[in-house]
Design a protein around this ligand. Structure first.
Ligand SMILES: [Ca+2]
Ligand SMILES: [Ca+2]
Length: 286
């Protein structure tokens, strides 16, 4: 069964397993291999295999669907525009397939925008990072044709533009496979679109096209207040062999710039004591 993030069942498939056994008590006689093609179900977050009510196997479903295009089709993606936008085998980054967008095979269309995108939902309370690879080919000069990557909300409003690239017009130029990493944590809990586009602007001269492959999103749970940016110890337990009860303190960058590596605050052990005490093992001062 496939479940959404509220653990509600979205899809169930039941099947019987042929089982041959010998003896008493029965010993398993053969192994049974079962292959299923599971449909793409929008909103499915986890998959379980059960025998009756017992969960035999459970796995999360990746946030992005078919990010390597290895289904050989745009499963999970939406593609459009006047250009090629097809899953192609000529220049994969990994596997057999990559996505082709732009005007490699199609004739140029003036002000033609060829694209693919996928709508995803980012998990709440986790940090998420997008990684993808693109390879942009262009005969055209800069500010004519672009490879562009947008992060959009689910209504297609642009939230960010991680990539907007044009090339030099020195014949056919090729960026080579180029990795993009982008922090999606600000959009945790939201639906967004990962959008790739090749634009051929102004006229029908000089073709451009791009391949996209290996689009992945990694989500990790971080400790609450891991950078101490609340300015206090929210989320943390404090203990140990300190010399006095409040031996961990928070410093801010304006008073102690050398002790804050990023952001405005850091936690410092045994550092705020400015008085005197008799235990020589305790630190005194900075
Ligand atoms: Ca691939
Ligand atoms: Ca052009």
């Amino acid at each position: 069964m496939l479940k959404n993030n509220r653990r509600e069942v979205l899809y169930t498939k039941s099947f019987g397993v042929s089982f041959v056994a010998m003896g008493d008590p029965p010993k398993k006689y053969n192994d049974t291999s079962i292959t299923f093609t599971i449909p793409y179900v929008n909103g499915a977050k986890s998959m379980e295999i059960r025998k009756g009510n017992k969960v035999l196997f459970s796995t999360p479903i990746p946030i992005i669907n078919n990010g390597g295009f290895e289904t050989g089709a745009f499963t999970g993606w939406t593609a459009g525009g006047p250009g090629d936008h097809k899953v192609d085998t000529q220049v994969p980054y990994i596997g057999k397939y990559s996505a082709l967008i732009g005007f490699r095979d199609h004739n140029n269309v003036a002000n033609g925008y060829d694209y693919i995108y996928q709508t995803i939902e980012l998990p709440l309370g986790k940090e998420s990072e997008l990684s993808c690879y693109y390879r942009f080919y262009s005969y055209d000069y800069c500010n004519y044709d672009f490879f562009t990557m947008y992060i959009e909300d689910e209504n297609a409003n642009v939230l960010a533009t991680p990539v907007n690239r044009c090339l030099g017009g020195n014949g056919l130029e090729d960026t080579g496979w180029t990795n993009v990493k982008y922090n999606l944590t600000p959009y945790a809990g939201q639906k967004i679109q990962i959008y790739f586009e090749v634009s051929n602007r102004y006229d029908t001269a000089y073709n451009s096209w791009a391949y996209v492959d290996n689009v992945t999103i990694t989500s990790i749970s971080q400790p609450i207040n891991n950078g101490f940016e609340t300015g206090n110890l929210t989320g943390w337990n404090v203990g140990g062999d300190g010399c006095y009860p409040n031996w961990v303190t928070i410093v801010n960058i304006s008073s102690k710039p050398g002790l804050v590596r990023s952001g405005n605050y850091a936690a410092v052990g045994n550092a705020a004591w400015t008085g005197s005490y008799s235990n020589s093992l305790c630190a005194t001062g900075w």
